[in-house]
Ligand binder design. Structure first.
Ligand code: KE4
Length: 428
């Protein structure tokens, strides 16, 4: 592959955008090399500024579950664009969108639209704190919930020690209210609740972790979080920004049969346009302004263009779609795993319907951040670049998930397995 145009565009971008990108993961810092600049996409195929084409497993980090340029969404957006892009006032479209979400996720009685996943989780945390009148929250190592201050926090020295800032600019006085625990460690959660339970305003978690690679919940983990938060009157928040409408028609909470008090959404519900949402029990959601005292707002929240895209997306996702998505994901991951075994390359692949990740490790399983961090990142980076040269675009980071869409067919799956076979064969 030649990247002449991408290289030139990156040089130009750096003069006016920090690091040349509008989001750090796009900078290829994890994998090395120069980011690819894309110009168009159709179905499962991306085209870059040099005319190179790729099978896309990033899918804009999740939103493109129907592939790119999905006609129902494009048509809906085109139609809306000719009337008005934004009123800053209520529209029927927002009611329709809210009704589609409420229909599909029984734990959500009321839902508020925002403009990103970060806004959704930031608002949900404020709501949990305001509703319980408790400042402490619990998050889990390796889970990413966007970049609001209370969620850019790492574990303190001991499991029970309150959090430390995970970025400059996050006040220590705020970070101290966030307790960070090991993901999938139910005992650690029990221990914290037994010693701090009445101080915990909320627990936020990814019901399937997707930001340290893909790590499904261990048996009992979600159930323990549900039991403890109910017992101590804390708010359980499922951050389904990535898993919502990704892993099944009702998200991860339907897949695993555990209902949170609040759910955050994003990505797929915007169909590629900027959207986030948070919703849940009416008794909690009614505490949000204007019905309650907890303030939250947004100029472009419920934007008509984004609502049209989201409605068209949700209406395209039926049970048959998810059955096919699950089958495709299984075929692809089992095929890649089989080629790794044939070449005796130690590899763990974690997957759930629609998303997966590869860990180059001789461990039997990867169930938490420590396992993921111990995997061979150099090998992932080699795999990434070799697959890129073969015209297959995986996440430019060993700690992200890959996404399968409705546009990935047998041809894409077979080509990807064949390319992986060649790459594994070239690994020493
Ligand atoms: P945004 O603010 O990026 O829309 O959403 C934040 C967020 C919240 N919760 C979960 C579970 C998420 O995965 C995300 C964002 N995911 C990353 C991909 N790992 C977005 C990519 C990026 O940061 O550029």
């Amino acid at each position: 592959m030649k990247y002449v145009q991408s290289d030139a565009l990156m040089q130009r971008a750096r003069h006016s955008i920090p690091g040349g990108v509008n989001s750090p993961v796009r900078a290829f810092k994890g994998v090395g090399g120069t980011p690819i600049f894309f110009v168009s996409a159709e179905g499962a195929t991306l085209t870059d500024a040099d005319g190179n084409q790729y099978i896309d497993f990033v899918g804009s980090w999740g939103p493109m579950i129907q592939g790119h340029s999905f006609k129902p969404i494009v048509d809906a957006v085109k139609k809306q664009a000719t009337t008005s892009l934004s009123f800053g006032a209520p529209t029927e479209l927002e009611i329709t969108m809210a009704e589609r979400v409420v229909e599909r996720i029984p734990s959500i009685e009321l839902v508020r639209m925002v403009n990103s996943g970060t806004e959704a989780t930031m608002s949900a945390i404020r709501l949990a704190r305001g509703f319980t009148e408790r400042d402490k929250i619990i998050k889990f190592e390796g889970c990413y919930h966007g970049h609001s201050d209370s969620l850019l926090v790492k574990a303190g020295s001991g499991v029970l020690t309150l959090g430390l800032p995970d970025s400059p600019g996050v006040p220590a006085t705020l970070a101290q209210h966030t307790i960070t625990l090991p993901y999938n460690d139910a005992n650690a959660l029990i221990q914290v609740f037994e010693s701090h339970g009445n101080e915990i305003g909320g627990v936020i978690l990814e019901p399937v972790a997707g930001n340290m690679g893909c790590i499904p919940p261990a048996p009992g983990f979600l159930e323990t979080a549900r039991r403890l938060t109910s017992e101590y009157d804390s708010v359980l928040i499922f951050d389904e920004v990535m898993t919502g409408f990704r892993v099944g028609p009702g998200g991860a909470q339907e897949l695993y049969g555990v209902e949170p008090d609040l759910t955050t959404l994003g990505k797929i519900i915007g169909g590629g346009l900027p959207v986030g949402a948070f919703g849940g029990q009416a008794s909690i959601m009614n505490q949000i302004a204007p019905t309650g005292p907890i303030y939250q707002a947004g100029t472009l929240s419920g934007n008509p263009l984004a609502m049209q895209a989201g409605i068209a997306m949700l209406e395209s996702l039926d049970v048959t779609f998810y059955q096919q998505l699950a089958n495709k994901t299984q075929r692809l991951t089992q095929g890649i795993k089989a080629t790794a075994q044939r070449h005796q390359i130690p590899l763990v692949i974690n997957y759930v319907p629609g998303m997966f990740s590869l860990y180059f490790t001789s461990a039997d399983e990867v169930t938490g951040y420590a396992d993921a961090a111990a995997s061979n990142v150099d090998r992932y980076n080699f795999f990434f670049h070799q697959m890129l040269d073969a015209g297959i675009y995986f996440a430019p980071s060993a700690f992200e998930s890959a996404f399968v869409s409705g546009a990935h067919g047998s041809a894409e799956i077979s080509a990807t397995i064949a390319a992986a076979d060649r790459v594994f064969g070239s690994m020493t």
